[in-house]
Design a binder for this molecule. Sequence first.
Ligand code: PAF
Length: 302
Amino acid sequence: MPHSSSPNNVARRLRRKVQRISAIGAWRDYASNQRSLGHTVGLVPTMGALHAGHLSLFREAKSRGDIVLATIFVNPRQFNDVKDLTAYPRTPELDHTSAEAHGVDCLVEPTLEEMWPAYPNPTATTVSVRGVSDTLEGAGRPGHFDGVASVVAKLFAVTGSCRAYFGEKDFQQIAVIRQMVRDLALDVEVVSCPIVRDEDGLALSSRNVLLSLDARKKAVALSRSLLAARAESAPASELRARMREVLEGSGVEVAYADVVDPVTLVPVGDDETGERRALIAGLVDGVRLIDNAPVIVEARRG
Ligand code: PAF
């Protein structure tokens, strides 16, 4: 009794235990009960291995007053390479602690059997968002965005009306999800949140733990190449060349370094002017990393 009002005990009492759910029925009921109590549900879909980027999504959802419902599901259908799926980092214990410490109200960890009962066989229904899915990441990783759109459609279907938070590091993923929400008139407000970076500029990603010390140093070239493209406005083809030069000069195997329209993701021509998006991807000692930033393009003169 005498120590019941110590700061630690007060903090412990104030910290509500995160509710943990795995069954789809219980997840659907939780979200629907919250809405009937007048709350907005803030869905934060993740594949676990939570880092400061994910925590910023929880914070954003909290700051808007949402009941934060985070999901952790390493979705096999979005991995086009089985080695990549096997190597994907999994840190369940740390994830539970982080979710609880950062205000997640409900943590949903659905089972593979419930999400994809036929796996490894394909499900009869696939959500495929043509156009925005076909370029950049989609071109290099066939089927990736069908896997993303299919799982996110299912997360939205079970959660119901909600705000859904995504990090801008996966810029193309957000474009695909927004298009899907528009096309299917889903009752979901997509909220995109800024990229969180390490002090040296590297965009946070669950995959960063796969980098060796040497690769980690090389990986900084991704954000440096974007800085080079942002340094001065120029025609899109010059910005592409600047980014490639920085990446290749640092030993990054470039998958793409493009400047595109931020909504359609169509490559920008040299006759265009204004704010567009630079998107890059590269292999750093075998680990695929992506990054992006807004850039200003200037039409070529003469
Ligand atoms: O960005 C991710 O972690 C995944 O692509 C997502 C949105 C959770 C779907 O599996």
